[in-house]
Design a protein around this ligand. Structure first.
Ligand code: HEM
Length: 410
């Protein structure tokens, strides 16, 4: 195994920059919450602010953070210093490009959402076009990854990253479709909704979940012997391609297709639980809370897969909670745990506080659902959720400060 300190030092800027975009995306989420209470400044619209928040979290936080952590793992395995430097420069360029393109998509989402702008005689959707450019960074990363590992026998973590990047590429077909829908004059709501969810759901469940599982498996070579990990992987591969259909409005999906999608959801939930069972005893305590949220996300997926329960969950308004169990509780806390495994406490200073802030944020969403008795609800619930939403962002700022001060000292 090659000495890695040089490598890991230098790619940490990717981690810090991704944390910085987490802060911007988190503040945008808080702007939405305070906007519900007091209105928004400068003609901003709530829907656009929400889109800007979610897309920056996807493109600017999780994606470059995953790329950085995967790249560091791969660079650590390279035998020679010159080779490491060469590949580090290449990965660094792609991560930098991904971060810049994420910011370029954030601004039009904030201003226009998915809306159209008149340019000369044409009507163009600037945020969709900017999203489309983000594909360049993702394809470039997938290309570098496959070029580096081409022809080598697959380690278990690499197999998961192969799949994760495969799903990223498939998800991007939805992005292509959305960008081309207008010039091709496709207006069928089922096709447009299908493309949107193909893009967003395969991105989160395919790319995020499989890539993070790869980071976990990279820490636990003992898992290799387990035949069950093959089963867990198989369940995910079979179920993932169809679960985007579960997010589409019911009226747009024929009942037979809905049943297939539900079956896919059950397979994915089973895969997540099997991984939970396998990984829990083998990973360090940093992974406890993200793993619990992985289990909860499996439960949420199961509830949206079974028709009667899915209707109940929708009527209770659980969607935003479910999303944040997965994306904040599992994926974001999991990224911190993976960074801790690689670099130790100095780079995730305040991790414990961040975990508490994330759990509080997730709990603060419950009074906003219809699970909460009407008699106890009121404006206080929105006010509380707004103030609590600032927690993870403030701790992330602290984490960035600690990273910068470590850098100055080293
Ligand atoms: C600081 C942490 C976070 C805050 C304050 C926050 C805040 C919010 C708010 C206020 C909403 C709108 C809720 C509504 O429609 O009622 C939202 C939705 C959403 N958030 Fe977050 N969030 C956070 C973390 C994350 C993370 C880490 C991700 C993804 C990696 C994420 C992805 C999403 C998505 C996909 C939606 C739904 C967007 C839509 O319906 O168009 N959030 N969030």
């Amino acid at each position: 195994m090659a000495s890695s300190s040089q490598t890991t030092q230098e790619l940490r800027w990717g981690w810090v920059a991704a944390l910085l975009l987490f802060v911007v995306a988190g503040l945008t989420g808080s702007l939405y919450r305070f906007g519900l209470l007091h209105g928004l400044p400068a003609d901003l619209q709530l829907t656009n602010v929400r889109h800007a928040h979610s897309h920056l979290m996807y493109y600017g936080w999780v994606t470059p953070a995953l790329m950085t952590l995967i790249a560091v793992h791969l660079l650590r395995g390279l035998p020679e210093a010159t080779l490491r430097q060469q590949w580090q420069r290449r990965f660094g360029l792609v991560i930098g490009l991904t971060l810049i393109l994420a910011v370029l998509a954030y601004l039009p989402f904030l201003q226009y959402g998915y809306g159209l702008v008149i340019v000369g005689t044409a009507q163009l959707p600037p945020a969709v076009i900017a999203s489309f450019f983000n594909l360049i960074g993702w394809y470039a990363f997938a290309f570098l990854y496959w070029r580096l590992l081409w022809g080598q026998p697959r380690q278990p973590a690499w197999r998961l990253w192969d799949l994760a990047l495969g799903f990223l590429v498939v998800a991007s077909v939805g992005g292509w479709g959305l960008a081309l829908a207008r010039p091709l004059q496709i207006e069928n709501p089922a096709i447009l909704s299908g493309l949107t969810h193909l893009f967003l759901d395969l991105f989160s469940y395919g790319w995020f979940v499989l890539a993070l599982l790869g980071l976990m498996v990279a820490q636990t070579p003992q898992l290799v012997e387990k035949r069950l990990s093959g089963w867990a992987e198989g369940l995910l591969i079979m179920g993932l391609p169809v679960i985007f259909l579960l997010s589409m409005p019911g009226g747009l999906v024929p009942p037979a297709v809905r049943i297939v999608a539900g079956f896919g959801g059950i397979l994915v939930a089973g895969g997540l639980w099997l991984y939970l069972w396998l990984l829990w005893p083998r990973l360090g305590t940093a992974w406890r809370i993200p793993l619990l949220f992985m289990g909860l996300s499996g439960l949420a997926l199961l509830s949206t897969s079974v028709p009667g329960i899915a209707d109940w969950a929708a009527s209770m308004g659980l969607r935003v909670s479910y999303l944040h169990w997965l994306l904040l509780g599992f994926i974001s806390l999991g990224l911190l745990a993976a960074a801790f495994d690689l670099w130790g406490d100095g780079r995730v200073y305040g991790r414990f506080l961040f975990t508490i802030a994330a759990i509080l944020l997730i709990l603060s969403l419950i009074p906003l659902t219809r699970l909460w008795p009407v008699a106890w609800s009121g404006r206080w619930a929105l006010t509380l959720a707004a103030w609590i939403s600032l927690g993870p962002t403030l701790i992330a700022l602290l984490m960035i400060g600690a990273n910068l001060s470590v850098k100055r000292r080293t």
